[in-house]
Ligand binder design. Structure first.
Ligand code: ZN
Length: 294
């Protein structure tokens, strides 16, 4: 079954790297872009949802691609949902409260209602975490790299303000697109590869630094699905703006490691569902970036 949901037109604009030295003296970064053009006004309601498509990968495994990103459909954000007997695991929450609500409503249609809920955040960037309040307020335990605990603690509401400012939105537009973002520190922190076993269902949370040091990927062996977060981009170059050759070499080593897994479907952080071949393309792009620095 493949349910396709079209919610309107989003225009693609060029992605630009954002790096800001925030007031704490720590580099605040984000995987978003400069302000979209006026044509973005054509985006259908609700603002901040994008063009999500729901993909059923296995009987109990879903991916959503095409969630809102300011750069448009080609950079659409992905998320995942894995159903175990008495537990539901969300993987990432999109960039907006509307994205979080979409993911929650999708799960709600299929849940009994008394499951234990978990939300794994693949990294700290706004486009993967700003929708988290929806699932968190339903009682989900948040699982993320230890760095997110410090990051959310330091940034608080300034992170949302930073994004609104970088997009060139006024407060009203920020509210329309992002909604009332609330960030919650992780309930469980991950620093090394960890296997979660929920009702007999194994979920491997893998530390895959490169894009960011706090990057996690999620592997579900039963369905041979890799939720790669921003370790893998589909169809576009990997976003290398948050590190240099040393980080990119680390990234490549992690991708080489992921390639050893038995993978049927890769759910990239951005783009469409893809195969292992896309991992090779990302490796080639990163090698190319490294060669340009020599
Ligand atoms: Zn991203």
């Amino acid at each position: 079954m493949r349910l396709k949901i079209r919610c309107g037109l989003v225009l693609t604009v060029l992605a630009l790297e954002l790096i800001l030295l925030c007031s704490s003296g720590i580099l605040a970064e984000d995987d978003t872009i400069s302000s979209p053009g006026p044509m973005e006004e054509q985006m259908a309601n609700p603002p901040g949802l994008g063009n999500p498509e729901v993909h059923q990968i296995a009987v109990n495994v879903y991916a959503v691609t095409g969630l809102y990103h300011p750069a448009g459909d080609d950079v659409g954000v992905s998320a995942g949902i894995i159903f175990a007997d008495n537990s539901i695991v969300f993987i990432d929450a999109g960039m907006s409260v509307a994205s979080g609500e979409f993911l929650w409503q999708l799960a709600e249609e299929m849940m009994a209602g008394d499951e234990d809920l978990y939300l794994i955040l693949t990294h700290r960037h706004s486009d993967h975490v700003f929708g988290m309040r929806v699932v968190k307020e339903q009682g989900a335990k948040v699982i993320a790299h230890r760095i997110l605990k410090d990051w959310f603690g330091q940034m608080g509401d300034r992170y949302r303000q930073f994004i609104v400012s970088k997009m060139g939105w006024d407060a009203e537009r920020g509210d329309e697109i992002l909604g009332e973002v609330l960030l919650f520190p992780p309930d469980h922190v991950i620093e090394h590869d960890t296997v979660l076993t929920l009702d007999g269902e194994e979920i491997h949370v893998l530390a895959t630094p490169g894009h960011l040091y706090d990057e996690l990927s999620v592997y579900h062996p039963n369905s041979k699905t890799l939720f790669a977060g921003d370790a893998v981009y589909q169809g576009i170059p990997p976003h290398t703006g948050f590190g240099g050759p040393e980080e990119w070499r680390l990234w490549i080593s992690q991708l080489e490691r992921l390639k050893q897994l038995e993978i049927g479907t890769v759910v990239p952080g951005h783009g469409k569902l893809c195969s292992k071949n896309e991992i090779d393309r990302n490796i080639a792009c990163l090698k190319d970036e490294i060669s340009k620095t020599k």
